[in-house]
Design a binder for this molecule. Structure first.
Ligand code: PMP
Length: 357
């Protein structure tokens, strides 16, 4: 079988050491005599896994004491109803929308939360929202945003320079690829299936003061879920186990600093190549906000997009078609894309472009 180079936007490529470890543990987990698929969420083994994740997250993200790690089911989209149900009705909630995922969130929030304030910044110069001069967030207690818009390839991670003190951030497609601090963040969440593992678990990093008492049913009650250390009911044990392996691997590789450097280096190479061939290729995204995780571009000659994708597939490169809503090409450079794999793609890309000239 031809070797496959998986650049998919998610579920995405996993690091090989993680796949090898899962393979072994599916057979027999440590010295338990049973498969990792069979371990109880109330067992000591699972308590160890949760404990290690807690330690690894603290190391990777330098988490302050008042930030809790909560692991939930339902995917990132579930958060669109879960979050507004856990914000006090006498507070104001807003959405800073920079792309499709943030827009979906705002549409869902409105169904649950009255008086939602929406700042639709799609296709606008995002610099105008940065810094003290923009006061459009001032009446909003909690402001939702999406750090990396996976479909459009727009990334906004200058959180500390947004004029807001309580951000709620969907980091589904870039958590783990840079360091950030919690100074003006209240709640961060991410489906695991990009940088952090496989579908089934959503990582939530929750500040103590975001937790309020509500009369929500237990399983929709953020405070109770957080206090139960993610085992109020049966959690997705396998997805959590894979998350643990991925966080161990990330630490071994050099932590978020390593992945930040890698994604800056790789994304610069590809964007420079696109810009240097602008008689054939086009990237629409403002250079200041181009995603380092998902490189979205297209051929000026529309008929070339599918040709490129098909030929890439023949060469083992998969997952690079743009999202069905925008078309074109999307190359995802998640943490698992090492330099060899990246170089393989770039060689293919360069050859294709030189032959099109
Ligand atoms: N937010 C972002 C930024 C995403 O990229 C995605 C999935 N691609 C989602 C939310 C939805 O995630 P899920 O499928 O886990 O609900």
């Amino acid at each position: 079988m031809t070797k496959v180079f998986n650049f998919s936007p998610g579920p995405s490529k996993l690091p090989q050491p993680v796949i090898d470890a899962v393979g072994k543990s599916v057979n027999v987990y440590k010295n338990t005599g049973k498969s990792v698929l069979e371990i109880s969420h109330r067992s000591n083994e699972f308590a160890d896994i949760l404990n290690e994740i807690q330690i690894n997250f603290s190391k990777l993200f330098n988490l302050p004491e008042d930030v809790n790690v909560l692991l939930l089911q339902g995917g990132a989209t579930f958060q669109n109803s879960f979050i507004p149900m856990n914000v006090s009705k006498n507070k104001t909630l807003g959405c800073f929308v920079t792309g499709t995922w943030g827009n979906k969130t705002s549409e869902d929030f409105t169904k649950i939360f009255d008086n939602l304030e929406i700042i639709d910044a799609r296709n606008q110069d995002l610099t105008k929202y940065v810094g003290g001069d923009f006061d459009g967030f001032k009446n909003i207690n909690f402001l939702h945003m999406t750090s990396n818009e996976t479909i459009e390839g727009v990334q906004f991670k200058d959180f500390n320079n947004l004029n807001h003190d309580n951000l709620i951030i969907d980091m589904s497609s870039d958590l783990g690829s840079y360091s950030f601090n919690f100074d003006n963040l209240s709640y961060v969440y991410a489906g695991a299936q990009k940088n952090m593992g496989i579908p089934g678990v959503t990582i939530c990093l929750v500040k103590d003061d975001f937790l309020i008492d509500t009369d929500n049913p237990k399983y929709l009650n953020l405070k109770l879920l957080t206090k139960s250390n993610s085992i109020l009911n049966t959690p997705p044990t396998l997805s959590i186990y894979v998350l643990n392996l991925v966080t161990n691997w990330m630490i071994e590789m050099g932590g978020t600093e390593y992945f930040q450097n890698k994604s800056e280096r790789q994304s610069k190479t590809i964007y420079d190549f696109i810009d240097n061939n602008n008689e054939i290729l086009n990237c629409n995204v403002d250079s200041k906000f181009r995603s380092k995780s998902n490189i979205v571009f297209n051929f000026l000659d529309d008929s070339q997009n599918n040709k490129f994708i098909d030929l890439a597939k023949e060469n083992g490169i998969i997952g690079i078609n743009g999202h069905r809503s925008v078309g074109g090409i999307r190359v995802s450079l998640f943490n698992s894309i090492d330099d060899d794999m990246f170089e393989y793609f770039m060689n293919f890309f360069k050859k294709y472009i030189s032959e099109s000239k």
